[in-house]
Design a protein around this ligand. Structure first.
Ligand code: BES
Ligand code: MN
Ligand code: ZN
Length: 493
């Protein structure tokens, strides 16, 4: 059995006698040429040939991974039989999409999947789990227990289960990210966020919380200036996973965790402001990625750092025109208190380098509205000072179906951040808003340290269903980062 909220997967051999009485829905896999396996043949007999007629009628025009339904079949207790057209050599993406199709069809029904000897059954389960996610913590109507159970029948059930386990560990990380990102700001305060991260000590992560006194002592004046208008204390949380060689330099993941972004004194307009509960999405991805790595016991050293703050207006809040001093020592003129993410990240980025001398850094942030204008909702903006490091990440993202597109950096953009009275200002005006934001961060990266900045404002949470997620938080990036780590940071057995 594998439980990934809200799905429970049970594994068994193909029990054709159980098919007549199975409740909910039954899914069978049929290759495009229409040949039925033993389970399908049994269902066909029980339904007096209805299954074969459906397959014959639909196989020719069916797309790979697509499902067609035999509804209310006579001869079966099940409410429907879903036929998934899937070639034996289907690729990962198609297998996952087949799982998505089943998740959409089943709604809240139980499901029996007759997978036979299909080799990528684990990938079907991954797609199914990713799409079956629901954020219902604040719905008062409770889901009936076990309603979302999936019975997986396969010729080698133990093999399928052991292939599914690491994939579903990754899905659990994705779900953590989605839960955090969907959570409203009155629930997910900086303190609650930190507590949820500390709870990951249970799965073998080393977690340390730096409080405001410590941050003051470290000199994180930029980060602290963002949270100073809020009653919730600012925090930095450091999560370490040490699964690699003792002396191997870690990969550092850094996340923007603004639990709510009102804009501060540069207040945002009321319409749509409720969406700013997702402004901790970068920190959410870092948390979910760390969870995935720990659950599957990755053989790599990875440190995750998140800056948790709330950007509120108050009598004590930072004003436009204030000058703050970062931990690195550079002074920053705050032109717009709504450009707060970079103020948080610059101190955490500096701390990450000073404390861990990482082999590379990836930061994630819902940093700019401008990246939504540029790339919309299916690709994140990618900025980097290192072509090799960057191309490796782009490849990992592509193979996990997470859209990513490289954007430029350059001195002419950096020049837009010149301040009359301080070392830099925190905004560069409207043109190339995402690039000047990235250039701001770039100033805090030591020469020679490979670095990628991911602007995920457009992809972290979306208003329509995506290929692998229902509307709301997507968990974008957890799978790409996990893949990036396994391809480039894990030592061979
Ligand atoms: N959190 C926002 C960016 C954002 C916008 C995320 C929409 C998700 C959806 C960020 O802190 C912000 O307010 N950025 C400003 C920067 C500007 C003041 C230079 C923006 O994009 O308008
Ligand atoms: Mn803002
Ligand atoms: Zn923000």
């Amino acid at each position: 059995m594998i439980v990934v909220k809200p799905v429970t997967f049970n594994f068994c051999e193909t029990e054709i006698d159980a098919l007549a009485t199975a409740e909910g829905r039954i899914a069978v896999l049929v290759p495009p040429e229409g040949k039925m396996d033993v389970a399908a043949r049994r269902i066909n007999r029980l339904t007096k040939g209805a299954l074969a007629r459906l397959i014959e009628a639909r196989a020719a025009e069916a797309k790979p991974g697509q499902a067609v339904t035999l509804a209310f079949p006579t001869g079966l207790a099940a409410e429907a039989v879903d036929v998934v057209f899937l070639a034996r050599n289907a690729d990962v993406e198609t297998a996952r999409k087949a799982g998505v199709a089943l998740a959409k069809l089943r709604g809240k029904s139980a499901l029996t999947l007759c997978a036979g000897s299909f080799r990528k059954t684990a990938q079907i389960l991954m797609g199914l789990a990713l799409r079956d996610y629901e954020f219902d913590d604040h719905k008062s109507e409770e889901a009936p227990e076990d309603a979302r159970a999936v019975q997986v029948m396969a010729s080698k059930p133990e093999e399928v289960q052991s292939e599914a386990a690491p994939l579903l560990a990754i899905a659990e990380g994705v779900f953590m990210t989605r839960d955090l990102t969907n959570e409203p700001a009155n629930v997910l305060t900086t303190t609650e966020f930190a507590n949820r991260l500390v709870a990951m000590k249970d799965i073998g992560l080393d977690v340390e919380v730096l409080d405001e006194d410590k941050l003051t002592q470290l000199g994180m004046g930029a980060l602290l200036s963002v949270g100073q208008g809020s009653d919730s204390p600012s925090k930095v949380v450091v999560m370490q996973w040490r699964g690699g060689d003792k002396d191997a330099a870690p990969l550092a993941l850094v996340g923007k965790g603004v639990v709510f972004d009102t804009g501060g004194i540069s207040l945002k307009p009321a319409a749509g402001m409720e969406d700013m509960t997702m402004d901790m999405g970068g920190a959410g991805v870092v948390a979910g990625a760390m969870r995935s790595l720990a659950l599957r016991k990755a053989k790599a050293n990875v440190v995750g750092l998140v800056g948790l703050v709330e950007n509120m207006p108050s009598g004590g809040a930072t004003r436009p025109g204030d000058v703050v001093t970062s931990m690195k020592g550079d002074t920053i003129e705050v032109i717009n208190t709504d450009a707060e993410g970079r103020l948080v990240l610059c101190d955490v980025l500096h701390y990450a380098q000073k404390e861990f001398s990482p082999a590379g850094i990836i930061d994630l942030a819902t940093l700019t509205g401008a990246i939504i204008i540029g790339l919309g909702h299916d690709k994140a903006g990618v900025f980097s000072n290192d072509d090799t490091f960057c191309n490796r990440f782009l490849k990992a993202a592509e193979s996990e179906n997470e859209g990513a597109w490289r954007m430029p950096l350059g001195q002419s953009y950096a020049d837009l951040l010149k301040s009359r009275i301080a070392d830099m200002k925190n905004t560069g005006g409207r043109p190339a808003g995402s690039v000047t934001a990235a250039e701001f961060l770039h100033r805090f990266i030591a020469k020679g340290t490979p670095w990628i900045h991911l602007d995920i404002a457009g992809v972290a949470s979306v208003k329509a269903d995506t290929a692998f997620a229902p509307k709301g938080a997507t968990g974008w990036g957890v799978m790409a980062l996990n893949r990036f780590v396994s391809d480039h940071f894990e030592k061979a057995e």
